[in-house]
Design a protein around this ligand. Structure first.
Ligand code: HDD
Length: 686
């Protein structure tokens, strides 16, 4: 080993910072250059370790402390930087700078699953978190929402129970990242307030195709407050420009094995290829008068306000255009707090929101180790931050000078900051009165009407998916009383649904559950609640898997690649060998995936561009047969060439080809490309 004890001193007096080979010099945390990072210091070549080895001790000590507690919920997440651009002047509603027309505010958005731990698969059936930190000129505003506009419970005091019931059972430590177990459905079936949410979580909303193709919701009613102090109620909506899309359950199960990082990889790839995902921010604004006459309580987080009743007004856009530099520093350490609001935005009395405002700040102290988590760059505001809060673990910036209190008489130069009654945050001076009571308002008591409305607003296929999901989940419950109790609730939502699930479980229908309040049957269907009715208009941002082998037609492959490029979609070439294949014109094509690693579940549509020789080679490979049977079973549009026949035969789909399958070499190319934006041929019973 070369030792570098004689580091030359450079011009400004600091030791040379590069090695002889030109690398930056490795140093200890204290800046001391390291001479040997391969062996620890010992007494003799084969002797015991010496305590003198401060580099070894520091390195191992740091490693031992690398982990921090994972989030108690939403542990698995993925985040990206971006910006929010306000497209409308909202000064009549709010004084917030973030809502000045043309204002661009830097953002950081973290998506997450709720129940699974940090290492759980991305496509678990679960609610997705959709949390955005806006680094506004007036401080940080955190909109900590989900991809579902309602929640399981009405009062924050039930949150620990809900999460305990959903997470692995305390005695056995499983099941992981799933709700298909007795504890979850036991709690849910004993909490009728969760029935609207149950409809949402049993729909395909909880198995999104990607973070990019899902909506986000602030859930609660918040307040906007204008410069005159006038308050208007608001609900926040994120609408993906890319349209809504989910996978089907059987796909989800398989994706979790094939690529547990499916969602994070998707977001990373989209941003890295410059296809920046975008959402519109929509507001539902309404006043006290509307709140008074609305069928439900606007403070009840288990209810929506249908878009048909209060339209969503689009006011801005969120663009995610930069991946993180370091996952831990940013994605892991970002600390969202619902209590982070800015002047012009305020809280309502939603009892869930009120409780959250305590929980988030509290949890960050546990997770990040102390009160100075706001000093971590990802959490620090990007506007001036001055106060007299000081000291504590990891304090990065304490108040300078002599004054660390106010009032003081040290003057404006040395005396530090002061409150600003004219511009500082003012809480909305809502009048409140009443007795101190621990009680649930009667206005929260209708638990079934909106669940029924959600169910009725779905297309047939979506209704079937809800019934199938409930059947699956309840069939994983071993307790008959849990299954039956759930069926008794379903009867209050819709008889057809209850019957379908009872039939799927092989059970008799029990008596309907006793409802706290009668179910309204006359709520209007809301198209906004369906995924299929809000799908994409084009194939942009989607992925086509092209299966090739030796002899595949070069012209067809090229035509598909060109068409996808023009559509803003990606193609992935899948071949028997990752080295690629030799095409019909003698050219060589690189493969993105070897067939074993590129199952059709990873793509939105597939093309089998095969020569007979190639199809025969693939027919011998089980993953190639699965590629085809899965694509058929999942309702994918399939482009194919005549040569693909031998593979189709062994995959057992030859006689089942339908009008979702297009002969690319026989005039079907245009039809295939036109079908793609529909994403699936639903009547194939996917
Ligand atoms: Fe929560 C994290 C969303 C109810 C307590 N929550 C967390 C995250 C999201 C949500 C997106 C992850 C933030 C991130 O990416 O770091 N939570 C919601 C929504 C709710 C909700 C939309 C209902 C409308 N949450 C809720 C309640 C409580 C909490 C009622 C407690 C009383 N949530 C937490 C928490 C977490 C959290 C324990 C865990 C990690 C964190 O806060 O930072 O404080």
């Amino acid at each position: 080993m070369t030792t570098k004890n004689d580091l030359p001193i450079d011009d400004n007096g600091a030791p040379h910072q590069t090695t002889e080979e030109g690398y930056d010099t490795l140093t200890t945390q204290h800046g001391v250059a390291v001479s040997d990072d391969q062996n620890h210091l010992k007494a003799g070549e084969r002797g015991p370790m010496l305590m003198d080895d401060f580099h070894f001790r520091e390195k191992i000590f740091h490693f031992d402390h690398e982990r921090i507690p994972e989030r108690v919920v939403h542990a698995r997440g993925f985040a990206a930087h971006g910006f929010f651009e306000c497209l409308e002047d909202l000064s009549d509603l709010t004084r917030a700078a973030v809502f000045k027309k043309g204002e661009k505010t830097p953002t950081f958005t973290r998506f997450s699953t709720v129940a699974g731990n940090k290492g759980s698969p991305d496509v678990a059936r679960d609610v997705r978190g959709f949390a955005t930190k806006f680094y506004t000129k007036e401080g940080n505003w955190d909109l900590v929402g989900n991809n579902i506009p309602v929640f399981f419970i009405q009062d924050a005091i039930k949150f620990p129970d809900l999460i305990h019931a959903a997470k692995p059972a305390p005695d056995r430590g499983f099941p992981q990242a799933q709700t298909a177990h007795d504890n979850f459905w036991d709690f849910i079936s004993l909490s009728p307030e969760s029935m609207n949410m149950v409809m949402w979580i049993m729909s395909d909303r909880t198995i999104p195709r990607s973070f990019r193709f899902m909506e986000g919701f602030g859930v609660h009613t918040f307040r906007l407050i204008n410069a005159e102090g006038k308050s208007t109620f608001v609900k926040f909506h994120w609408k993906p420009k890319q349209g809504l899309q989910s996978v089907v359950w059987n796909e989800a199960l398989k994706i979790n094995g094939a690529d547990p990082d499916f969602h994070r990889r998707d977001l990373w790839d989209a941003i890295q290829t410059g296809d920046y995902p975008e959402w519109e921010l929509g507001l539902q604004v309404f006043d006290e008068e509307f709140a008074e006459k609305f069928d439900f309580d606007v403070l009840d987080a288990t209810k929506i306000i249908p878009e048909e009743e209060v339209p969503v007004r689009i006011v801005g856009r969120l663009v995610l255009d930069k991946v993180v530099d370091n996952f831990f520093a940013e994605t892991e350490q970002v600390a969202f707090c619902t209590n982070n609001v800015v002047p012009g935005i305020g809280f309502s009395n939603d009892p869930l929101l009120q409780g959250r405002n305590f929980s988030y700040l509290d949890t960050q102290v546990k997770r990040l180790g102390g009160p100075n988590f706001t000093h971590i760059p990802i959490n620090a505001p990007q506007c001036p931050m001055r106060n007299f809060q000081q000291d504590g673990h990891m304090a990065m910036h304490n108040p300078k000078g002599r004054a660390n209190y106010e009032p003081n008489s040290w003057g404006t130069e040395e005396g530090g900051p002061r409150e600003d009654p004219a511009n500082g945050y003012r809480h909305y001076p809502e009048e409140v009165s009443g007795q101190k009571v621990a009680t649930r308002s009667e206005t929260f008591a209708d638990h079934y009407s909106q669940a029924r409305q959600f169910y009725l607003s779905q297309t047939d296929i979506e209704q079937t998916h809800i019934a199938n999901a409930l059947t699956f989940e309840l069939s994983k419950c071993q307790e008959m009383r849990v299954r039956k109790r759930m069926l008794s609730h379903l009867r209050n939502i819709h008889e057809d649904l209850a019957e379908a699930v009872a039939d799927g479980l092989g059970l008799e229908l029990p008596e309907p559950a006793k409802a706290a309040r009668e179910t309204k049957t006359d709520l209007k269907v809301s198209d906004a609640l369906s995924i299929i009715k809000n799908g994409p208009k084009n194939f942009k941002g989607r992925k086509l898997g092209i299966l090739v082998a030796d002899g595949s037609d070069a012209g067809t492959v090229k035509a598909l690649q060109d068409a996808m490029e023009e559509a803003g979609a990606l193609t992935v070439v899948v071949a028997p060998k990752v080295g690629g294949a030799k095409l019909s014109d003698g050219s060589h094509i690189e493969a993105g995936e070897k067939i074993d690693g590129g199952p059709s579940i990873l793509y939105d549509a597939v093309a089998l561009v095969l020569s007979e020789e190639g199809a025969n080679t693939l027919a011998d490979l089980p993953p190639a047969r699965d590629f085809v049977t899965d694509a058929m079973a999942h309702g994918k549009f399939i482009g194919l060439t005549e040569g693909a026949e031998p593979l189709l035969k062994v995959a057992g789909v030859m006689g089942k080809l339908d009008d979702g399958c297009f002969r690319l070499d026989d005039g079907g190319m245009d039809g295939f490309l036109e079908a793609l934006p529909k994403l699936r041929k639903w009547d194939r019973d996917a």
